[in-house]
Design a protein around this ligand. Structure first.
Ligand code: NAD
Length: 267
């Protein structure tokens, strides 16, 4: 069976990566490419825009018309775009994969309410590798236990405006869950000057910014006489896009509800 997919934000960086990922994924077909009504790319072929041969799918702004011919929508836009998409998906009864980040608590509540009517798969990071890492980090923390100090180091390009990354925080949450700790109570987000000895139970974060690093994350478990390091390095946006398309294929067959990459990957 072919799953018909629409992309919201098709003219953006992730939108173009998604067009490529769908083209490479057997069983997936791009049927609509949607963006804001006034983008310069409006009316252009989504395939050509993504560096592929023309697909005959043109950038439009009519989300309701697109959803009528679609099995599942993938959204990588801005929170306002997601809010419009959530409303349209509920009208059409179609599931949605949400890659957009940066929601307010009110917007998160709107998304949560929608999960009663349609399938919603949301992840701050759709990379399959990162989601496997999150699971490994929790398992390793549980097994290694309190005898190992946990420290998380992340590196990103010079344009990133927030720190630590959302993925580093998710890794911290996973380590804390494995150790039975509350990250909010044990996180240390920087060290400078006379810090005193390291307090047991804390989970430390260190941030590197520079160049064009797409995203590196390492979780260290530092014990007596040994240390374990679990690392993920992203080298292209295609890993986020591939994971989101995988999520879309999986979500198309699910009932209404709230899902994450843990469900998609059965972790
Ligand atoms: P981008 O700015 O390159 O593209 C965003 C696109 O969305 C643009 O084409 C823009 O015109 C469109 N858009 C904005 N508002 C819209 C609206 N109201 N309605 C319709 N379209 C709208 O950004 P990007 O780098 O592609 O990232 C997009 C989002 O995806 C960001 O929130 C980013 O943080 C997130 N992201 C998530 C992951 C993940 O794995 N979850 C990975 C990368 C990026």
């Amino acid at each position: 069976m072919t799953v018909k997919i629409a992309i919201l934000g098709a003219a953006g960086r992730m939108g173009r990566a998604l067009v490529n990922a769908i083209a490479q994924q057997p069983g997936a077909q791009l049927v609509a490419a949607i963006d804001r009504y006034n983008v310069p790319e409006s009316g252009l072929d989504a395939g050509s825009l993504a560096g592929l041969p023309a697909l005959g799918v043109f950038i439009s702004s009519d989300i309701d018309e697109a959803l009528a011919r679609t099995d599942v929508l993938i959204d990588f836009t801005r929170p306002e775009g997601t809010m419009a998409a959530i409303a349209a998906c509920q009208r059409a009864g179609k599931p949605i994969v949400i890659g957009t980040t940066g929601f307010t608590p009110e917007q998160k509540a709107v998304i949560a309410a929608a999960t009663r009517k349609v399938g919603v798969c949301q992840a701050a990071n759709f990379s399959v590798g990162v989601n496997v890492l999150i699971k490994l980090v929790e398992d390793a923390a549980r097994t290694l236990g309190d005898a190992y100090d946990v420290e998380i180091v992340e590196a990103h390009h010079r344009h990133k405006v927030d720190a630590p990354s959302g993925t580093a925080l998710a890794l911290g949450e996973a380590a804390a869950a494995g150790l039975g700790r509350n990250l909010k109570q044990v996180a240390i987000y920087g060290r400078e000057g006379h810090t005193g000895a390291r307090e047991t139970q804390t989970i430390g974060f260190a941030t590197v910014r520079g160049g064009d690093v797409i995203g590196d994350h390492t979780v260290m478990y530092l014990g007596e006489g040994e240390r374990v390091e679990l690392t993920h390095k992203a080298s292209s946006r295609s890993n986020f896009a591939g994971g989101a398309v995988r999520a879309a294929l999986w979500l198309a067959g699910q009932p209404a509800g709230s899902y994450s990459m843990r469900d998609v990957l059965a972790l």
